[in-house]
Design a protein around this ligand. Structure first.
Ligand SMILES: *Cc1c(COP(=O)(O)O)cnc(C)c1O
Length: 248
């Protein structure tokens, strides 16, 4: 596992994989006629140790993401002082809102009103402002099979009311939308079409909330499709850090 690799070797490994991902993003931006600066790479560090996060920071990474509070809270604490923005991208229980609000700069997985209330209360208590992205479940579109899958997210038709709830909540800033390419439903195996659909929903959202311009989409396997569809943030884990030690 990564912990057993000497630090110098691990640094070289991470530098090489980061360069490969950087080249993929740059090429995708060129192909789409977009500026490289319009896309932010978020490195998803779940299941990897704080020592990797430190190396990534030394290599110039400024945005990292985690998906489980139990793992993220101690890791963020171990990395306090590094110039990093912490993104929370996993399904979030309301009873974890207080912990997450203490270290996260952005939460990408806001998908229900109860969570908006919990995050707002937690942010106010912590004296912080949290960027909130609404997670859209594209396999839960009205007229399709229905309920959101195990990965969470709100059905597209629920986006307007959730957006208004976040915009009205103290301590929260409505930042944009996030999605994960669906494994089921009409977009299964079609990440490009899924991300185009997210872009449409984003355009509609920005008509009422012009500052909510973040579009978080694309992972190791489909970052090119996401950049082509207009993603502003790609969330890349295994292509930078390697195969995860355990399912994250
Ligand atoms: C793990 C994870 C990623 C990164 O996935 P890779 O395939 O390793 O790039 C992105 N987004 C979310 C929500 C994740 O949980």
């Amino acid at each position: 596992m990564s912990e057993q690799v000497p630090e110098g070797e691990r640094r070289a490994e991470l530098a090489a994989s980061l360069a490969r991902v950087e080249e993929r993003i740059a090429r995708a931006c060129r192909a789409a006629g977009r500026e490289r600066g319009d896309v932010t790479l978020i490195v998803v560090t779940k299941t990897f140790p704080a020592s990797d996060v430190r190396l990534l920071a030394e290599l110039g990474v400024r945005d990292v993401a985690e998906n489980r509070d139990q793992e993220a809270a101690p890791k963020a604490e171990a990395c306090a002082g590094l110039p990093l923005r912490w993104h929370f991208v996993g399904q979030l229980q309301t009873n974890k809102a207080r912990s997450v609000a203490a270290y996260a700069d952005a939460v990408h997985s806001v998908d229900r009103e109860r969570l908006v209330g919990a995050l707002s209360g937690a942010a106010v208590r912590a004296g912080r402002t949290l960027d909130c992205l609404l997670q859209v479940a594209l396999d839960a579109e009205a007229g399709t099979a229905g309920a959101a899958g195990p990965r969470g997210g709100a059905a597209p038709e629920r986006v307007p009311e959730l957006a208004d709830a976040v915009a009205a909540a103290e301590g929260l800033r409505l930042a944009g939308l996030m999605t994960v390419a669906p494994l089921s439903g009409p977009y299964a195996g079609r990440p490009g079409e899924a991300f185009e659909r997210l872009a449409e929903i984003s355009t509609r959202l920005r008509a009422g909330h012009p500052a909510a311009n973040m579009v978080s989409a694309g992972m190791s396997a489909d970052l090119e499709e996401a950049v082509a569809a207009g993603a502003t943030h790609v969330r890349v884990g295994s292509a930078v850090l390697g195969v995860r030690p355990r399912l994250g």
